[in-house]
Design a protein around this ligand. Structure first.
Ligand SMILES: Nc1ncnc2c1ncn2[C@@H]1O[C@H](COP(=O)(O)OP(=O)(O)O)[C@@H](O)[C@H]1O
Ligand SMILES: N[C@@H](CCC(=O)OP(=O)(O)O)C(=O)O
Length: 378
């Protein structure tokens, strides 16, 4: 097996960065959204955006914004009450962000997700397409959990874990978890004045998990424990993670420029290796796509994506989002990859130019059938 995959599309000095903002940062420990703090965050995101980076904001704070709007500061924190507050607050929260990003001439796009959206392959791919299209149009995605409709079975539960899933969705380079502490300490600084900041973590061991406890401020959900879970998920996918204070000057800019800030969790794998491992380890091939000699050459020698034009036939009834084998007409398996169209649709578009896909199917999931970043040569 050879892992010669075209890496050019993955290597870029422009990063995709997921910035997760906890309630603790957005309220600065008060019962209201801290607009001055939000302005400061938007300034940094806009600067990085204008430098060409892609910024995705995972924003908590809907429940806090709902409490503020209704003046219900001492309401009992039952699930029903929190859902009601989120339903009221989400609109308020997004409006605040929208107005602030507008100062810098930037548009935002809201994405409210639940675990069910991310567990289901099709919905995962649809969410991935949406986030990538927002980025392509240079719009800032604003993501939160869809608290108003999510019951415990379909909830991610906390925005730390949600942000790791969003980083996977967006194929991000970095996940920045901004909170009210400088980073991960050797114990919770709220009740341990001798706790020391840990600047760098190479491997998340059981000992690291034990340092991190839940939230006791009454503002956030999960505390450091969920941030470590999030770091594990992202690191495993080859994404670097930084936990830092949202109040530290220029924290987002510093983290993006690899300057020392907070606690950095460097990933053992590169993103590309992690993706290739996943395509092989996690999935057996669900079907075959037989390609002509031109497509074989383009995929094997030129590092190209698989286009409809080079497809001759398909076998088995696979769906969109599954891993399939790319096979030449002599029956030799050339590669495996994550397919963007289901078998019945490929049968309709095989041999056609990419520009014809939408006219034939009535929709389009992109111009390629398997993108080169989702493809591993054998
Ligand atoms: N080892 C640790 N280092 C730093 N903070 C910790 C640690 N263990 C627990 N915490 C707590 O985690 C809190 C941050 O998490 P949380 O309250 O959920 O905030 P956020 O809204 O930013 O997600 C800190 O205020 C701190 O009390
Ligand atoms: N989705 C919720 C926040 C959930 C959450 O994880 O909060 P936090 O620990 O402050 O990031 C909200 O918008 O209020």
């Amino acid at each position: 097996m050879n892992f010669l995959i075209n890496e050019t599309s993955m290597k870029t000095s422009k990063k995709t960065i997921v910035v997760k903002l906890g309630t603790s940062v957005l309220t600065s420990g008060t019962t209201k959204l801290d607009r001055a703090q939000m302005v400061e965050i938007v300034r940094q995101c806009a600067l990085l955006h204008h430098q060409g980076h892609h910024i995705i904001v995972v924003t908590s704070g809907a429940i806090a914004a709902g409490k503020e709007h209704l003046g219900l500061h001492n309401i009992e924190p039952t699930i029903a009450n929190k859902q009601m507050l989120a339903a009221v607050g989400q609109g308020q929260l997004v409006r605040e962000w929208e107005n602030l990003f507008k100062i810098y001439g930037l548009h935002v796009g809201q994405m409210l997700l639940t675990r069910a959206d991310l567990d289901d392959r099709l919905r995962f791919l649809n969410a991935r397409d949406t986030i990538k299209t927002l980025l392509k149009y240079r719009i800032i995605p604003l993501v939160n959990e869809n608290d108003a409709v999510a019951t415990s079975e379909i909830k991610v539960g906390d925005n730390d874990n949600l942000s790791a899933l969003v980083a996977l969705l967006a194929d991000a380079d970095q996940l920045l978890l901004l909170t009210d502490q400088l980073g991960l300490f050797t114990g919770d600084p709220r009740n341990n004045p001798d706790a020391q900041l840990i600047p760098e973590i190479q491997k998340i061991t059981q000992e690291i998990h034990e340092l991190a406890s839940g939230s006791i401020s009454g503002l956030g959900t999960g505390g450091m424990a969920t941030k470590i879970e999030s770091a594990m998920i992202a690191n495993r996918a080859g994404i670097e993670v930084v936990i830092a204070s949202g109040h530290k000057k220029d924290v987002i800019i510093k983290a993006a420029n690899n300057q020392s800030v907070g606690t950095r969790f460097s990933s053992e794998n590169t993103r590309l290796e992690a993706r290739k491992n996943w395509i092989f380890a996690a999935s057996r091939s669900s079907g075959k796509i037989i390609v002509d000699a031109g497509a074989e050459k383009a995929i094997v020698h030129n590092g190209s994506s698989l286009l409809a034009k080079g497809i001759v036939a398909t076998t088995e009834n696979f769906s969109r989002g599954y891993v399939v084998s790319i096979v030449n007409q002599a029956g030799q398996e050339l590669a495996r990859g994550l397919v963007r169209y289901k078998k019945v649709d490929i049968e309709k578009i095989k041999g056609l130019h990419s520009e014809q896909i939408e006219a034939v199917l009535g929709f389009e999931h992109g111009r390629v059938v398997i993108h080169r970043d989702d493809l591993v040569l054998l």
